[in-house]
Design a protein around this ligand. Structure first.
Ligand SMILES: [Zn+2]
Length: 127
């Protein structure tokens, strides 16, 4: 499994409004945008027009803790374990700044374990 990040889009199987495992029977395959990740899985943005059981609001404290982009605040999301992801639809080319969360297209880490800081945060550490 590739390392997922916020901004990536993943495919999951949905059966009767519930996300099911990649090996289960399903009604449809849906593509969701990843808004945050943790060690075991990822948080997926759920558009309001889509009925999905178990979707919940991205409240401010949760958003802050998970470093979710402001445009998703008060939207709906759901959590899936990594083994529920049926496939990766697209991955963002670039890095997200670990301080201000700004996404920098085309940015690349010198080493996978490095923490990425955008140009502005590097030049103005106290902005
Ligand atoms: Zn930054």
């Amino acid at each position: 499994m590739v390392r997922l990040r916020a901004g990536d889009r993943v495919r999951v199987r949905v059966n009767a409004g519930t996300i099911v495992s990649p090996y289960s029977d399903f009604d449809e395959v849906r593509v969701f945008e990843v808004v945050a990740v943790d060690d075991d899985g990822c948080y997926l943005y759920v558009p309001h027009y889509l009925f999905l059981k178990g979707a919940y609001y991205i409240d401010p404290s949760r958003a802050h803790k998970l470093k979710i982009e402001p445009r998703f605040h008060q939207e709906l999301m759901t959590y899936v374990a990594e083994n529920m992801v049926a496939g990766v639809e697209s991955q963002m080319d670039g890095e997200r700044c670990s301080r201000c969360q700004e996404f920098c297209p085309m940015a690349k880490l010198a080493q996978p374990e490095y923490i990425f800081l955008c140009w502005s945060c590097r030049i103005y550490p106290f902005r």
